[in-house]
Design a protein around this ligand. Structure first.
Ligand SMILES: *Cc1c(COP(=O)(O)O)cnc(C)c1O
Length: 411
């Protein structure tokens, strides 16, 4: 059941200067000393910057790039992204405040989420950001806030599309969903907004996550623009923007490979040209989370014990599921697969044995790496989980079992 580490595409692409892992030019041992303890998350600034540059080069120049803050809301990360991208998408008032603190103009921030509270809507209107409205009741709530405050809400409609993104890790369209307003009800919602005196700026159509097929992504972009064009027919004034979502995936597991970004960019250019006459002057926005930050992040923990049980070697580490739920296989995966893992202080050591790396929690779910071919591990070795920049720190049940929280640093 063991696998060789090289089956992880990310390991093949890991730039290695010596026996020790470097993160943005900093040797891991210096980062451990800087933090003063393990476990910690480290995010690589240069990798974030390079990722955005790669997207800009591959996508049509007119496409605006938003960062979906929920993937990694660490304030320093959000601050680093602010001057690189064209806007932020937030999903709570907490993220809204982080986005504004980071210096992003409120004009370029939008707020989606299916159960926004009155406080969140009032906060969004006060801040002057755009609310992606997810129900007709939410429209009436925004109209009431406008009436009470005299401030003009900025509004887009989130559409539950009538198609689905093939091969997406998490599907969000083409079926009954809590997200957005069904496409066939949008004309009625547009009419409601008019009656309420609310001006609509745009459409938001997001149909899935973690897609690694360039063909499926191109297909979804085309269908999304087609839907936006059809809905534009129902809106006299036209839309100022159409947010066509994203869904760009990164390779996590053995056998997965990065999708062909150049092909997606070229296909998107063709689709925009096809629907441009119907879309008028609407700006085209894409919103990406994990694609921007996922590969820039590392989770670092330390071996505390090694033992053999019935022939299987176990290495215990001081971090695990409570810090990095997704790596444990319990954040949406059906069958658990290993993230790419390296021994960060001994990259040159030969993999010799099948090792199961486990965390400190009293549950068999707390697995860091399952029967992976790794070098012989010793107490003090640094086990590093790659692809950990998105849905790690804030997507994990850190209070479970009351262990200390990990540190986060931006390197
Ligand atoms: C979560 C989310 C995203 C980001 O998804 P990724 O898979 O991280 O790119 C984008 N848009 C919306 C509406 C989301 O809910």
């Amino acid at each position: 059941m063991s696998e060789t580490p090289v089956t992880h595409d990310r390991l093949r692409r890991l730039h290695v200067a010596g026996p020790e892992l470097e993160i943005n030019g900093q040797p891991l041992s210096r980062l451990v000393a800087r933090v003063g303890r393990t476990p910690f998350y480290a995010y690589d600034r240069a990798a974030l910057t390079a990722r955005v540059a790669g997207l800009r080069a591959a996508l049509p120049a007119e496409v605006e790039l938003h960062y979906a803050v929920k993937a990694n809301p660490m304030p320093a990360v959000v601050g680093h992204m602010a001057p690189l991208v064209d806007g932020f998408d937030v999903a709570s008032q907490g993220e809204l405040l982080v986005a504004l603190d980071a210096g992003m103009s409120p004009r370029e921030i939008s707020f989606a989420g299916p159960a926004k509270t009155g406080l969140e809507l009032a906060s969004a209107v006060a801040a002057g950001i755009c609310v992606n409205v997810e129900s007709e009741l939410e429209l009436t709530r925004l109209a009431a806030i406008a009436e009470r405050t005299g401030w003009t809400p900025r509004i887009a409609l989130r559409v539950n599309p009538d198609f689905e993104l093939k091969g997406a890790g998490m599907k969000m369209g083409g079926a009954p969903r809590q997200f957005g307003i069904d496409a066939e009800r949008i004309p009625a919602a547009l009419e409601s907004a008019r009656m309420l005196g609310l001006a609509l700026e745009g459409l938001h159509i997001f149909c899935g996550s973690q897609n690694l097929s360039a063909e499926a992504l191109g297909d979804a972009n085309r269908k999304t623009l087609d839907l936006a064009a059809r809905l534009t027919d129902h809106h006299r004034d036209g839309f100022r923007f159409v947010n066509i979502g994203g869904g760009y995936g990164i390779p996590y597991f053995p056998g997965e490979k990065p999708f062909d970004l150049a092909a997606v960019g070229a296909a998107l250019g063709g689709s925009i040209a096809e629907f441009r006459p119907a879309l008028g002057a609407a700006r085209i926005v894409i919103e990406l989370g994990r694609y921007l930050v996922g590969e820039a992040g590392y989770y670092v923990c330390e071996v505390t014990d090694v033992k053999v049980s019935k022939g299987q070697t176990f290495a215990m580490v001081n971090g695990g599921l409570h810090h990095h739920l997704a790596n444990s296989g319990n954040f949406g995966q059906v069958l658990r697969k290993n993230y790419p893992v390296v021994v960060g202080n001994r990259l040159d050591a030969k993999p010799v044995a099948s090792v199961t790396v486990v965390g400190p929690l009293c549950t068999p779910l707390d697995i860091v790496a399952d029967r992976m071919l790794l070098p012989a591990l010793a107490v003090g070795d640094l086990v590093v989980v790659l692809q950990s920049g998105a849905y790690g720190y804030t997507a994990s049940p850190q209070r479970f079992l009351s262990h200390p929280a990990p540190v986060e640093i931006l390197v």
